[in-house]
Design a protein around this ligand. Structure first.
Ligand code: GUN
Length: 284
């Protein structure tokens, strides 16, 4: 079974849209999401465009701020401070990665946690790892929702996550652990990786290499979630971290690229933005 992220994201966004109509009547304005794009990386441009489009679709006010790649770190931090202080802004997202002369950690820490729709602020990350109320980062949240939608049991299952990034690998591992999966975090230097991944009931792949996961790495009946967005070096087309054609007959459920995790990340961003808006406006 192929799990369509596009379809589930549509349902989630429809729900956000309906809630936005209600909150607009109640509070007199819509949530406002500001996305900052530094430089002209084509992938980042396309992600930011998608986020703006979804924000408008659900009825948010949406602002995209573009800055050149040679913006100084101080200028970027100043821009964030201005948005932090602007009461009409509910969510601030700086698209990553940033040019190497800018310290990403500093940027992430500068966004006030109340407007941190990505869930990347250290205070939020600590809350996630300490099982306190937090904003779930968008891609991990989208992955869990896809598994639930496909009725994949998580509790008691063996989950293998390939990748250990702050954005996907680490938080999704923690979220699976909190759902009582037994979680193995593997990575590019894991020895005998196929032996590890073959044992997985749930295989999450976020390593950023085109068609990295081959059929011999997937156990029969596994649920395979592909977080990768790459260019196929042979065809130039978008492809995931999983060789979809080779793996789809072994998996019980599998996500396509495009149309899998990507749209879910954006839908969860819309949910997070609405939640940040509500918490701020209700003074919680
Ligand atoms: N770059 C890749 N994924 C993300 C994300 O979820 N948020 C931000 N801000 N940048 C990203």
């Amino acid at each position: 079974m192929i799990i369509s992220g596009t379809e589930l994201a549509k349902e989630l966004k429809q729900n956000v849209k309906e809630r936005v109509e209600t909150v607009k009547e109640k509070y007199g304005r819509a949530p406002h999401l500001v996305v900052i794009l530094v430089g002209e990386d084509p992938a980042s441009q396309s992600y930011v465009k998608g986020k703006g489009k979804d924000a408008e679709e659900v009825g948010f006010k949406s602002t995209t701020i573009r800055r050149p790649a040679d913006i100084t770190e101080a200028e970027l931090l100043q821009l964030i401070e201005t948005l932090n202080a602007d009461d009409s802004v509910d969510g601030i997202l700086v698209q990553l990665p940033l040019p190497s002369h800018i310290d990403e950690d500093k940027v992430i820490e500068t966004i006030v946690k109340e407007k941190d729709v990505d869930g990347f602020h250290p205070a939020n990350v600590a809350a996630l790892w300490q099982k306190r109320p937090c904003t779930y980062p968008c891609t991990p949240a989208g992955i869990i929702k896809l598994l639930d939608k496909a009725k994949v049991q998580i509790e008691g299952k063996k989950a293998v996550v390939i990748g250990r990034s702050n954005i996907v690998g680490l938080p999704v591992s923690k979220m699976l652990l909190d759902r009582n999966a037994t979680v193995t975090i593997a990575h590019s230097r894991t020895k005998n990786l196929a032996e590890v991944t073959k044992e997985a009931d749930i295989l999450i792949v976020a390593i950023g290499r085109p068609k990295f996961v081959t059929a011999d790495m997937v156990g029969d009946g596994a649920a395979v979630i592909d977080v990768g967005v790459n260019r196929d070096p042979e065809t130039g087309k978008l492809c995931g971290d999983v060789d979809f054609e080779a793996c789809k007959d072994k998996a019980s459920v599998i996500t396509p690229v495009p149309g899998g995790v990507g749209p879910m990340t954006r839908a969860c961003l819309m949910e997070n933005t609405l939640e940040c808006f509500l918490r701020r406006i209700q003074g919680a």
